[in-house]
Design a protein around this ligand. Sequence first.
Ligand code: ADP
Length: 204
Amino acid sequence: MTASATSTARLLIVGPQGSGKGTQGVRIAAAYDIPVVSTGDIFRANIKEGTPLGKQVTAILDAGDLVSDELTGALVRDRLSQPDAASGFLLDGYPRNAAQVSDLDGFLGEQGAALDAVILLDVPREESIARLTLRATEQGRTDDTPEAIAHRLDIYEAQTAPILDAYGARGIVDTIDGVGSLDEITERIFAALALRGLVRTAAV
Ligand code: ADP
């Protein structure tokens, strides 16, 4: 790569709760030198800090429901407009329904941009539940109760999985087997992105 080479990577990672999106997302973002934009993390940080936004969404997160498309969309728009996201980003947790896909298309389209790749971490539901149950004891997330977990997985299957059809029609979905060691899964993702000509800027 020459010194003048510029690369962008506008990526989305999708997968059921417990698929390892968060962990893999951080690794991918480091390798491509792009920020992770995780809507769940943004909401949780606001709840922790007791901001007005946090107060507004606490009960919604605890129930495992989705925050409104308007509120979430405005938040993402604002975050993606910051300078560090100008040459790429990795979205985690957004978009997660059809309306959010069209909001994101609209926003990126205004800049003549589009997603380069959608990484689907494929994990069976039983495996997701097992991992989330473990995480509940380790991290104590208030939405990792059995009821909220089941509800979030139902929403994923009903609303989020179908967005992959839209992205699949654009030829940008890479389905990655999400069962294996963390390093194996990272390598699978890197290999798929390399096949798309997406250039890593940092050695990770
Ligand atoms: P998980 O994938 O384990 O459900 P996330 O951290 O992605 O966890 O999201 C946690 C919660 O934050 C969701 O259950 C929902 O309440 C809210 N949230 C995150 N992203 C979105 C989104 N794109 N639209 C609406 N609500 C969202």
